[in-house]
Design a protein around this ligand. Structure first.
Ligand SMILES: NC(=O)c1ccc[n+]([C@@H]2O[C@H](COP(=O)([O-])OP(=O)(O)OC[C@H]3O[C@@H](n4cnc5c(N)ncnc54)[C@H](OP(=O)(O)O)[C@@H]3O)[C@@H](O)[C@H]2O)c1
Length: 247
């Protein structure tokens, strides 16, 4: 298969482990023609992830992208342009929980900045950098990996199933991410872009020290749906596998 024969070129940030890795595997397995660019901030980890999926015959390749580093983002966009000339789907998946995970002595301000850098500013910068390539797709799609913890409505509900989880830094970074999603959905609605936010549910990954009650396999079901939307699909939505999520 030559590069130009790929039906859809998909870039997933933070794809060397967790949900990004599982989403790469699912898409490349179930959607022949899809070519998955597995983003990682560490080339060694990215190559190792590709080395797991390539022997399964999957159409994947590693790409280095640190979403907090503008030079890295620009270099990744230049690489995609020179190899493919377009991008069909961008999945802003890379994310962190900073609370409780920063080195001892880290200030609250540094914790906030670190979390927003990866979870909100990064996806904005990445989407900006890849916009010219998305504009060259026949069906541009952007998926933002959000979370129900970013729902303001649910945070105000004392009976919400996650009411006991505080994480104000993580929650607010994802509420900001939802607004970034809404910005792009509104901006490119007239051009037919499908821009949506996904809540994967609470899945056992490195992010939560593998305490999630769902599997990564189940966590990517709705993301797959959003990545593979047709030209008549919805835009500007926030959903999980079961349906819409409260804003
Ligand atoms: N797991 C859940 O229950 C859950 C629930 C709701 C939402 N989410 C969201 O789903 C997304 C994926 O999370 P996950 O659970 O799969 O976590 P994970 O297993 O920890 O994976 C996170 C990925 O993001 C990457 N990453 C972190 N900082 C980065 C940066 N500066 N530049 C590029 N990549 C970076 C990590 O790279 P390294 O391997 O180098 O650290 C890793 O590949 C996140 O946005 C998260 O907020 C997860």
């Amino acid at each position: 298969m030559t590069i130009s024969s790929h039906s859809d070129v998909v870039l997933i940030t933070g794809a060397n482990q967790g949900l990004g890795f599982e989403l790469s595997r699912r898409l490349a397995s179930d959607y022949p023609g899809y070519h998955i660019l597995m983003g990682s901030r560490d080339t060694g980890k990215g190559d190792a992830a590709v080395d797991i999926l390539k022997p399964e015959g999957l159409s994947v390749e590693a790409i280095n992208i640190d979403v907090t580093d503008e030079e890295s983002i620009k270099a990744a966009a230049a690489e995609v342009e020179s190899k493919f000339g377009r991008l069909d789907v961008l999945v802003n998946n890379a994310g962190i929980v900073a609370e409780g995970k920063m080195p001892t002595g880290t200030s609250l301000q540094e914790t906030f900045r670190a979390c927003f850098d990866v979870n909100a500013f990064g996806p904005f910068l990445v989407t900006e950098a890849f916009t010219p390539l998305l504009k060259k797709s026949h069906n541009p799609r952007v998926v933002f990996m959000s979370t129900g913890l970013g729902s303001i409505t649910d945070r105000l509900n004392p009976d919400d199933q996650c009411a006991a989880f505080q994480f104000p830094v993580y929650r607010s970074s994802k509420a900001a991410l939802n607004m970034i999603m809404a910005h792009y959905a509104a901006l490119y609605a007239k051009d037919g872009w499908k821009v949506n936010a996904n809540d994967p549910g609470f899945c056992a990954t490195n992010l939560n020290s593998y305490r999630g009650w769902n599997t990564p396999e189940s966590g990517v079901v709705n993301a797959v749906r959003l990545v593979t939307l047709g030209t008549d699909g919805p835009t500007g939505t926030f959903s999980c596998t079961e349906g819409p999520v409260n804003w």
